[in-house]
Ligand binder design. Structure first.
Ligand code: ASP
Length: 304
């Protein structure tokens, strides 16, 4: 099997930061690719790519995450491999610089798939996953975004507030999908979620089938966008089911987003890598940074 890696930096990314996204995505893809190219597993490649993106404060994952309505960082992340359908995920975790690493540890532990909040932090302590002071993950950029969001928020009782529209895109959710030399497909996603979300809200990025899915017989997907819409439409798995019908990764992504628009009432984007190593991506938002690595290409290829 020809190793391949694709990554995204969020369907709510800010086009004014295009150059910074290029630097960040290129470095993250290189960190993952060095593992795949050296014969490493797609699990290691996806984790390395996402960790590099989580470490960049420009992006809405790890440090630099979008803030809850009370100004805290609560991250969601998930990772899945497509041979045994093994998966690990964490939701609403505070003080975790690399939530994808914690999600992988949950997967390897194997007892459960999804841990949230304080229980996930206790698990991190037991398993030696690095933690930090929660405030260290808060950036001035996201403080300003929250202030803007709260200033424009509809008051109590308004229809928009009840529809959940008060939480807005956090920009720069991150995700990656890879296939390695022995055909193992891995997908992963990490985010701080929506700006101004309620404390305790868990979005699609923590949910297998919604934000992340991998199955060696089909491929892998990482999504980004309106989490509640993606939960309603089980977007990552839906995209792979559509791929089974259409046998066209690009078209499968586009049709999946049509489903999200019509049935889920939301927008966003996704990247897909099928079991043969064919790439697809699509977004219904104005800008989503995407890049990939293929054998024979000396540098990561960026599509923006
Ligand atoms: N899907 C993420 C969430 O709803 C946000 C994003 O991708 O921008 O938590």
């Amino acid at each position: 099997m020809v190793p391949t890696l694709i990554a995204h930096a969020g369907a709510a990314a800010d086009p004014d930061n295009r150059d910074a996204y290029r630097v960040s995505l290129r470095a993250a893809l290189a960190a993952g690719w060095v593992r795949l190219r050296g014969g490493g597993s797609s699990l290691d490649a996806v984790q390395a790519t996402i960790e590099a993106l989580e470490d960049d404060p420009l992006l809405n994952a790890g440090r630099g995450s979008a803030l809850t309505e009370v100004g805290t960082v609560e991250c969601d992340a998930s990772i899945m491999e497509g041979e045994h359908l093994a998966a690990g995920a964490v939701g609403a975790v505070s003080g975790v610089p690399n939530p994808i690493r914690l999600a992988r540890r949950v997967m390897e532990d194997g007892r459960q798939v999804l841990l949230v909040g304080d229980g996930a932090i206790a698990f991190a302590r037991q398993h030696g996953v690095p933690l930090c002071e929660p405030g260290e993950l808060v950036t001035a950029r996201q403080r300003a975004r929250l202030a803007e969001r709260l200033a424009g928020e509809p008051g109590p009782g308004s229809a928009r507030r009840h529809a959940g529209a008060a939480a807005g895109p956090g920009g720069g959710t991150v995700g990656a999908v890879a296939i390695d030399g022995r055909g193992l497909v891995t997908a992963g996603t990490s985010t701080g979620g929506a700006v101004g979300k309620r404390s305790g809200r868990v979005g699609d990025s923590a949910l297998v089938g919604c934000g992340t899915y991998a199955d060696n017989r089909l491929g892998g997907v990482s999504t980004t966008g309106h989490g509640e819409a993606f939960i309603r439409t089980v977007l990552a798995k839906t995209a792979l089911d559509i791929l089974l019908d259409l046998d066209d990764p690009e078209l499968a992504c586009q049709v999946a987003l049509d489903v999200v628009r019509e049935d889920g009432r939301g927008d966003g984007g996704l990247v897909l890598l099928d079991w043969r190593g064919r790439l697809g991506w699509a977004h219904s938002t104005p800008f989503m940074p995407v890049g990939w690595c293929l054998p024979g290409a000396p540098e990561p290829i960026l599509a923006f």
